[in-house]
Design a protein around this ligand. Structure first.
Ligand code: C2E
Ligand code: MG
Ligand code: MG
Length: 631
């Protein structure tokens, strides 16, 4: 090959040579600096193809670069006039490539200064593009080292060029700068990839999702296209991790990601405008960002496909694993116009789908917003409260209506977290029930209430009773009696110092084995009361069969009983029922002296309400009620 390379003598020097040489040097250096300033490969290619004609004598230029696939691509541009034709891209056929790297063409990669080819017929076929535009001399310079080729630079001239060591040197110098720039771009890309991708699945990560949304939102605000954010939660993934171990969990996650990725890819191929990308936010939280959608139905289509593709089981390490998904979707601009709002609302939609039984797709609707978000916040805080010391009991006095003597107190749960001080049990107990947190929380309440009951008894109030509320989910537990007897034994409180309150609806919905647990507790001496009585429509016949000691009249009837004939009649009926079934009746929510007088006259046995005292911490309660200020 070298034989065909005819190199002629350098051209003679002219008097203005030094000045011209300086100008050329400045231009060459400017190009090298520009190349070195590039951070990405494409940028390097563009800078080179654009800038080379001004810095070196040339009519055509090309840079061949290896691709990740193992193939190479030739980037080619004509120099004259600069920018006249756009840069071209040509795939270099594999066979051609193998020839280039083999002898004799392989010599190209080993000659440090490259070679100057002057017969178009001897050009490797992949450089044929130079030949087709009338190239007579072609300087080919390898970029990088022969064992680690980074690129191949080719500079063409339409005139025969004499052999010139300067020209060879300059080309070499440029190739060296290109090598540094390409290596730097490779490192930059690697660091960039690490920053924007998840190590386990190789999927884009949260940072990427945020940036992708930020980039897509402006078009959505202009009304050009919709953006969809899908939060994909894998149902019962934690169970796989817990029972089969993290390696299986990781494999499942990778398999799920791969299946969704393929579906998402098909969507993109099948639609001219919609783009969708799968990412992993962490744990089993996957997300799909849909851009360019013309209508919500297109986003819904992607969500349905993603949900549907997980319907079939996975076979991993000898296990058949089913892994359905729950998907929450927020659409920009409809459901939010900022990254933060879309994240929040996709999460709210996901949360709503989870509470509605999982394995489904749910789009965000306005009504989910405040309520659902507050619930999510409460759930997080409850978990934290349970870990640390975020729970406390407040005690509200209950007095005998005729003597005014203190008979006990209702223990009411409070959160001590300052941010949640305004969130009462009516808001957080349902969340605790939904999430199952009520079970450990309820155990804490019973232990704490028993410990307080023991302290009250020790302070000289032997028959004082602390009443604890039970949510229906707690009441369903198998070990309720054991838990309560354990707390009594652990604190030394007597069963008679403890009362439990169950709402009327909990009682109506109870299974026989729960009723049996109540019988056992009652037999021990624990007082059982039906809370919020009057709201649950229990029949007299049914009520008779329940093992209960007391009825608590719901606040709502007490509020208006003095002037509302209906409420007055209901309360009278409850009191009559209590007398018939030989049950204590406690009126809750008593706020005025008139209410107290009315209830006393009608024979209500016990009174609870702000008129007597508001719920207070143990120290305040003790000093206000047990140290003799009242009763
Ligand atoms: P509840 O068992 O019917 O408790 C009575 C509620 O009425 C308490 O609200 C109490 O502060 C309030 N109250 C008492 N007197 C008056 C009054 O004169 N006027 C008015 N307007 N309200 C009065 P709280 O503490 O917000 O508790 C609400 C509900 O949360 C309770 O209703 C109970 O069902 C539930 N709860 C409270 N603590 C616990 C607990 O430890 N476990 C369970 N499972 N539920 C609890
Ligand atoms: Mg209660
Ligand atoms: Mg009540």
């Amino acid at each position: 090959m070298r034989d065909t390379m005819s190199e002629v003598s350098p051209r003679p020097r002219t008097p203005d040579e030094p000045e011209r040489a300086l100008r050329e040097m400045a231009r060459r250096h400017a190009l090298e600096r520009a190349v070195l300033a590039c951070l990405a490969r494409d940028e390097i290619v563009a800078t080179l193809l654009d800038g080379l004609p001004g810095a070196h004598e040339c009519d055509s230029v090309s840079l061949a670069l290896p691709e990740r696939s193992g193939m190479w691509t030739l980037h080619f541009a004509l120099a004259d006039p600069p920018g006249a034709a756009p840069a071209e891209r040509h795939d270099i056929p594999k066979a051609e490539l193998e020839r280039v790297f083999a002898e004799p063409a392989g010599v190209l990669l080993r000659a440090p200064g490259g070679v100057l080819l002057r017969a178009p017929g001897v050009l490797p076929a992949f450089l044929d593009r130079h030949a087709r535009c009338g190239t007579r001399s072609l300087r080919i310079v390898p970029v990088g080292s022969p064992d680690r080729p980074l690129a191949m630079l080719a500079i063409g001239r339409r005139v025969p060029v004499p052999r010139d060591p300067h020209e060879a040197h300059h080309a070499r110098q440029l190739a060296d700068q290109l090598a540094i720039a390409l290596e730097k771009a490779r490192l930059y890309e690697a660091v960039h990839h690490m920053a924007y991708h998840d190590g386990l699945t190789g999927l884009p990560n949260r940072v990427w999702v945020r940036e992708a949304l930020s980039a897509a939102i402006p078009a959505a605000l202009e009304g050009e296209a919709l953006v969809g954010l899908l939060f994909v939660d894998l149902d019962h993934f934690k169970q796989v991790n817990d029972t089969l171990g993290h390696p299986v969990g990781d494999d499942l996650l990778k398999a799920v990601a791969e299946r969704i990725r393929r579906v998402v890819e098909r969507v993109v191929e099948g639609s001219p405008s919609v783009a969708a990308a799968l990412a992993r936010l962490g744990g089993d939280e996957l997300t799909v960002v849909v851009t360019g959608a013309r209508c919500v139905e297109e986003i819904e289509g992607v969500a349905t496909l993603v949900h549907g593709c997980l319907a079939d089981s996975f076979f991993l390490r000898g296990h058949e694993l089913s892994c359905s998904s729950t998907i929450g979707v927020a659409v920009c601009p409809r459901d939010g116009t900022t990254v933060q709002a879309l994240f929040k609302n996709a999460d709210a939609a996901l949360h709503d789908a989870k509470t509605k039984g999982r394995d489904q797709v749910r789009f965000y609707v306005d009504s989910m917003s405040e309520k659902t978000l507050a619930r999510i916040q409460i759930e997080t805080r409850l978990r934290r409260a349970l870990d640390g010391e975020g729970l406390a009991l407040a005690y509200q006095p209950i007095v005998d209506s005729s003597s005014g003597a203190l008979v006990g107190a209702e223990a009411l749960l409070r959160l001590t977290d300052p941010e949640l001080s305004r969130v009462g049990p009516a808001d957080f107990i349902p969340v605790a029930e939904e999430t199952g947190l009520i079970v450990p929380i309820g155990e804490w309440v019973v232990r704490e209430a028993c410990a307080a009951a023991r302290r009250f008894a020790d302070a000289g109030n032997a028959s004082f009773r602390v009443s604890v509320n039970f949510a229906s989910r707690q009441f369903r537990g198998e070990k309720l009696v054991e838990m309560i007897t354990g707390a009594l034994a652990g604190t030394g409180a007597r069963p008679a110092n403890l009362g439990i309150e169950l709402t009327e609806s909990t009682l109506i919905g109870a299974h026989e084995h729960s009723i049996e647990m109540l019988r056992r507790l009652r037999a021990l001496g624990v007082r059982v009361a039906v809370d919020d009585f009057g709201t649950g429509y229990s029949s007299l016949a049914r009520l008779k069969t329940f093992p209960v000691d007391a009825l608590k009249i719901d606040c709502s009837f007490v509020r208006d009983l003095v002037w509302s004939r209906d409420d007055g009649a209901i309360v009278r009926a409850i009191l009559a029922l209590g007398r018939t079934l030989d049950l204590h009746v406690v009126a809750e929510g008593v706020e005025t002296a008139e209410q107290l007088e009315w209830l006393r006259r009608e024979g209500c046995s016990e009174i609870q309400g702000h008129l007597i005292g508001e719920p207070a911490c143990e120290a305040e309660f003790t000093s206000a009620f047990l140290d003799g200020t009242l009763g």
